[in-house]
Ligand binder design. Sequence first.
Ligand code: G6P
Length: 489
Amino acid sequence: EGLDGRPFSRQRLLVVANRLPVSAVRRGEESWSLEISAGGLVSALLGVKEFEARWIGWAGVNVPDVRGQEALTKALAEKRCIPVFLDEDIVHQYYNGYCNNILWPLFHYLGLPQEDRLATTRSFQSQFAAYIKANQMFADVVNQHYKEGDVVWCHDYHLMFLPKCLKEYNSEMKVGWFLHTPFPSSEIHRTLPSRSDLLRAVLAADLVGFHTYDYARHFVSACTRILGYEGTPEGVENQGRLTRVAAFPIGIDSDRFIRALEVPQVQDHIKELKDTFAGRKVMLGVDRLDMIKGIPQKILAFEKFLEENPDWRDKVVLLQIAVPTRTDVPEYQKLTSQVHEIVGRINGRFGTLTTVPIHHLDRSLDFHALCALYAVTDVALVTSLRDGMNLVSYEFVACQDSKKGVLILSEFAGAAQSLGAGAILVNPWNITEVAASIGRALNMSPEEREKRHRHNFAHVTTHTAQEWAETFVSELNDTVVEAQLRIRQ
Ligand code: G6P
């Protein structure tokens, strides 16, 4: 059985991602409890049902003792998950350091950290070495579990070296790699000291996938400009070997959200929320507390809206769910205080003795509570400064078939390419424009809301996570067959 309890069929798939779909919490020496992890990758892959999938990844916890490791391995096996154990130092250098302090901001156009820009940095070198070491550790675990004919699907910026490590073990392995973040313009990628090594390592895969055509194009340009390889309509070619590169826009398991709205507990929750916010329009933001999500800019735009529209002050509320993430990275700690300060100032400025304009929560909500919240929302604000796709926008649309609320969406989220016609698109850096869009959304006629919602709902319910995964894996199978034919010719 898979994570959702359904039986498996067909092809064996090894899904390798830094983070397993479940995080482990230690309850005793040999006792663990498992919780669903946050983030777009997990929420998309939970919708994948067609394969006999096994997951390989980090359980998000340091387990130094063998007994603890054995107990956790056993608990995870029930969820078809296989752990990769990373010690504290590796987590610090690979995950907090190279992945989240270097690659993540760079791929989202936030540049390299200042200290690393000053060159000669020993920390950059040692973080990169830890990155390669960690990728090798993931490869070792894949190897132990690999069976001939398996498809190995590597995910995200944490594992750019994995295709290379795997092909070095076994050149026959079918290896795909998919990036869940944007791939930036080649001019941005060029600034990265390890730019060439990373590109070459990814190109060892048979198929390389991105959310949008633009990201794929940036990747191919980086390979042609930085490595001098040839870009073709199929991908990147070097010395007769082709790596196929294409766009595979991700989706969600929309039925799961639609069905959840029928659950009595969710309906009760919807009723409670409606009572609580009666007489006020509900605006909603749901984000990991990450600088790419543009939370401070969004809140400042809301402040500007309140400033310019005194009539709305007691008629609208912004609920911002900010899920804590990567809390050991200093940039994320700074962001938390910055957001708290802004929220405090605005609530102080526009609040009354009994109400505040912004409810800000530093935590995640369980699935049912989240669905209820999506369902009662009048306007969702997804204003990422950059975002690979952003599945919150999809989840909101899936839960809005009765309300037909408005989605305000950043033009720098991958989702703008699929939901752009139904959403109000904004430049999140332009606070005046976002404030004006809030007004437009709140005042939109029911006919226009209906028309826009129809467009987005049709997209979200037909471009699902399951279809995304099936398309990627079948393309990977075809790519490998075509490559074999080419060699024989
Ligand atoms: C994004 C990344 C994922 C990551 C998730 C949560 O969606 O693309 O790879 O798992 O954020 O971040 P975390 O660092 O907690 O895994």
